[in-house]
Design a protein around this ligand. Structure first.
Ligand SMILES: Cc1ncc(COP(=O)(O)O)c(C=O)c1O
Length: 470
């Protein structure tokens, strides 16, 4: 569906859709598809993928680097020289230590939302001053640790701020601290990811009676509150709505500073949320487009008076991940061809349970890992789990998948294979990063080893086998 308002950013020749897709030209798309095809072929040739290992996940290292560079460049282009900008990757999108390490090498920090995510960021060597803690249910112990480490914290609500009051007293912490607000600008096409609705659980609901005044007073009473945070939503939010959320947050920062009579809020954390185009190869909307839209909508935020923090997740990784699954059986039911593969709910949980919100593109490869030719046939691509809805794709048109072929679920680098769902005790697949070797081949590096059956048994309480017996 086309949106009438999306093109309000003035970008020439861009057709925008309600779900955030646009028809912007993405120069990197062709290279990305070619690298992926080469990697699937090499994975088969190098034995990462075969009858005994029928499922792998692949990460395009070149593509991740390109996206990180694109993010940095986009904001450099719209910020005043010398503006401090921290791009903190939302670890929830790809909680993998080597990925965080790669992003760190690309100048990207970490936004964490649990003790586990903080531990991953620390294991990857992400510096405390490049780390932001944002979760909605932080315990006193988490807050204490964050303050001791000096990582930034955004308080979600008045009760959390009261905890910070107690912990800050005499602590000498260097943590930059702020409050998360919900600008209540509305939701997008996926309710579960709409964080700025009137009743969202996140942050201080800014338009509620008395809330804005409470936030301003909270700052006036606490000179150590120097940041302001909002994350207006993720996939499914129109760019214009995201920009409105940032504008509201900026206006609040200005009001606080006016009433404080000084530049107390020195940094605005604008969250993440740039949507990903799951419908085609193009990586759109681009960071450049969003950064330009923001700088036009909220010019004061970019004039050098404010430092910036961003928290992008999905848009940095999604396009660079591929799940590749062997077709174990090819059958037909009710006249519909069904390819039964090894990728289903365990690696594509959102797609399986909410297919209308999370459709995936499937690419067909033959048994040697070559892109499959042939007329498009409407077919289902099923997973291995024992329930009827375990489908990667329903009624998708692609060359007919046959036994021994491979089905690849594209754009699954964020919130998919790194978010294993242990239905049927299906194992976590191995994850391999790939890079062209410069001589026409592909080099793989293990990002996460596949889970073994022994590990599944151990994690299922094998050490406590007799625990429930009298
Ligand atoms: C506070 C916060 N920041 C950043 C993100 C990342 O969003 P996205 O992956 O859509 O960029 C999320 C996602 O849930 C979030 O809750």
């Amino acid at each position: 569906m086309r949106s009438d308002t999306e093109n309000a950013d003035g970008t020439e020749g861009v057709v925008a859709h309600d779900d955030g897709r646009t028809d912007e030209v993405d120069a990197s798309a062709e290279g990305r598809a070619a690298r992926r095809d080469a990697a699937v072929r090499a994975a088969v040739e190098q034995g990462l993928l075969d009858a005994g290992t029928p499922l792998v996940a692949l990460l395009d290292v070149t593509g991740i680097r390109e996206s990180a560079a694109g993010l940095r460049t986009a904001f450099e282009a719209v910020t005043a020289p010398g503006t401090p900008v921290l791009h903190a990757f939302a670890v929830k999108a790809s909680p993998l230590v080597p990925v965080l390490r790669l992003l760190r090498a690309e100048g990207i920090g970490a936004e964490v939302a649990s003790p586990g995510e903080l531990a991953l960021a620390r294991a990857a060597g992400v510096e405390p001053e490049r780390t932001v803690l944002d979760s909605p249910a932080k315990t006193p112990a988490e807050l204490r640790e964050a303050l001791a480490l000096g990582i930034a914290v955004n308080a979600d609500n008045p009760q959390e701020l009261a905890r910070l009051d107690a912990l800050m007293a005499g602590s000498g912490s260097r943590s930059p601290l702020g409050i998360r607000v919900n600008p209540q600008v509305g939701g997008g096409s996926i309710e579960a990811l709409s964080t700025a609705t009137a009743t969202s659980k996140f942050g201080v609901a800014l338009r509620d009676e008395g809330a804005r005044e409470w936030v301003v007073r909270a700052y006036l009473d606490r000179p150590w509150l120097t940041r302001l945070h909002a994350h207006t939503g993720s996939q499914g939010i129109a760019l214009t709505m995201m920009a409105r959320g940032v504008a509201e947050t900026y206006e609040l920062a200005e009001e606080i500073n006016r009433r404080a009579g000084r530049h107390q809020v020195d940094t605005v954390d604008i969250g993440g949320g740039l949507p990903v185009n799951f419908a085609s190869e193009a990586s759109t909307p681009t960071y450049g487009r969003y950064a330009r839209l923001l700088s036009e909508t909220v010019p004061g935020l970019f004039d050098g008076r404010y430092g910036l923090v961003t928290e992008f997740g999905r848009s940095l990784l999604a396009k660079h991940g591929t799940v590749v699954a062997r077709v174990e059986y090819a059958k037909s039911a009710g006249g519909r061809p069904v390819a039964v593969t090894h990728a289903g709910v365990q690696v594509a949980t959102r797609t399986v349970y909410a297919p209308a919100s999370w459709p995936l593109r499937i690419a067909a490869y033959d048994a040697k890992g070559r892109p499959k030719e042939g007329p498009a046939v409407v077919q289902d691509v099923a997973g291995p789990a024992c329930f009827a809805g375990d489908l990667l794709a329903q009624g998708q048109s692609l060359p007919l998948l046959e036994q021994g072929d491979y089905a690849a679920a594209l754009d699954t680098g964020a919130y998919y294979f790194a978010h294993h769902y242990a239905y049927n005790s299906l194992p976590r697949p191995g994850i391999h990063g790939f890079t062209p070797d410069g001589t026409g081949g592909v080099t793989f590096a293990t990002v996460r080893a596949p889970q073994t059956v022994e590990e599944i048994v151990a994690e299922a309480g094998a050490a406590h086998t007799d625990a429930l017996l009298p």
